[in-house]
Design a protein around this ligand. Structure first.
Ligand SMILES: Nc1ncnc2c1ncn2[C@@H]1O[C@H](COP(=O)(O)OP(=O)(O)OP(=O)(O)O)[C@@H](O)[C@H]1O
Ligand SMILES: O=P(O)(O)OC[C@@]1(O)O[C@H](CO)[C@@H](O)[C@@H]1O
Length: 310
């Protein structure tokens, strides 16, 4: 079983607009609202691949009710800590003409520390039921910056594999607890690195630092250009298949889902990377955020390019 942690859940709204212009009143042509925040995208993708998953985190208010009812409709098991305050909404404006996407991410509610302790108790009991944990996204205000490190340690002490997909201070703090897998995108990696990544050499050097620090698998993702993956002995460059892009937001989450499933099923590293990359590309083919169809994934698998660099 895979456990997905989403502390800052969100109603993700994808607004499809023919030609979006800043500073003008515009009507939205189509709206897709999903139960989101990175970890819930992971849960949805894991479920659509036919694997067993349970989603946890914080939910609150009417938006929290929406999220639970969407997960129920999708048949995704969940066990959240209910909080005072309203779960956030994140908006992704998709300009249909240019394909350019603009994301507006709310910060989420301010939480009392009591909820952090409540969550820890729930998390420890859920860990008994799972083998792989994914921890994704930002945290609501009021939660300690090192909370992910605490969650990672609790999981690793129980021999669970942990994938951490977050950014900024949450990633910096989380790294200290040595998650099994990390997968920052270029910007998140530059933030850790403290400077711009210039070339492949920089990427490989950074991934090797992560591996040297005790991370088992480190990926750095570059959107449509694919990315790199390093393990203790190997370094790979991967290129996703070319797809007709509708909405690439959540492709990183789809990739996390693929890595979690691959690890849970005991796939080899190349097989796991191939699977995760096909899933990430399949996400870009659908309009809703964090949605893949298994058939697309199967069709894309053979077209993922993976080159072993070292
Ligand atoms: N347009 C695209 N076409 C095909 N594959 C894509 C596209 N965009 C992203 N991907 C796949 O998804 C992976 C992760 O993408 P990206 O680097 O954008 O991650 P991310 O920033 O974590 O994404 P998000 O936060 O939106 O989930 C890429 O390495 C690639 O395999
Ligand atoms: O604010 P966070 O938690 O870092 O990111 C939130 C978010 O942008 O991530 C997902 C895409 O990966 C969206 O579902 C969601 O809106």
């Amino acid at each position: 079983m895979i456990l997905t942690v989403t502390l800052n859940t969100s109603i993700d709204k994808a607004y499809i607009i023919n030609s979006f212009e800043v500073g003008k009143v515009q009507r939205v042509e189509e709206v897709f609202a999903t139960a989101g925040g990175k970890g819930l995208n992971v849960a949805r993708v894991v479920k659509s691949l036919g694997e067993d998953v349970i989603a946890t985190g914080f939910v609150g208010g009417y938006s929290g009710e929406f999220i639970k009812s969407e997960l129920d409709k999708e048949g995704i098991k969940h066990d959240f800590v209910e909080v005072d305050g309203e779960t956030r909404t994140c908006i992704n404006i998709i300009n249909k003409t240019t394909g350019v996407q603009t994301e507006l991410l709310e910060p989420g509610p301010l939480l009392n520390m009591i909820y952090q302790e409540k969550f820890k108790d729930k998390y420890i009991s859920l860990l008994d039921r799972c083998d792989v944990v994914t921890i994704s996204g930002s945290m609501p205000k009021g939660i300690s910056d090192n909370f992910y490190a605490e969650l990672i340690k609790l999981a690793k002490d129980r021999d669970k594999k942990v994938i951490l997909d977050t950014s900024g201070k949450y990633l910096k703090e989380g790294l200290k607890a040595r998650p099994t897998v990390i997968k920052p995108n270029r910007y998140e990696a530059e933030d850790i690195y403290g400077k711009k990544i210039k070339d492949e050499k920089d990427i490989i050097a950074l991934m090797k630092t992560f591996i040297g620090d005790g991370i088992e698998m480190a990926a750095i993702t570059l959107g449509v250009e694919g990315g790199y993956v390093a393990t203790k002995d190997d370094v790979y460059r991967y290129i996703p298949p070319e797809v007709k892009v509708k909405n690439a937001v959540g492709s990183g989450d789809a990739m996390t889902a693929g890595l979690a499933v691959g690890i849970n099923k005991g796939y080899g590293e190349v097989e796991t990377i191939r699977f995760a990359v096909a899933i990430s590309a399949a996400n870009a083919m659908t309009e809703a955020t964090g949605l893949v169809y298994k058939k697309d994934v199967n069709d894309l698998l053979d077209d993922v390019i993976i080159n072993k660099l070292e």
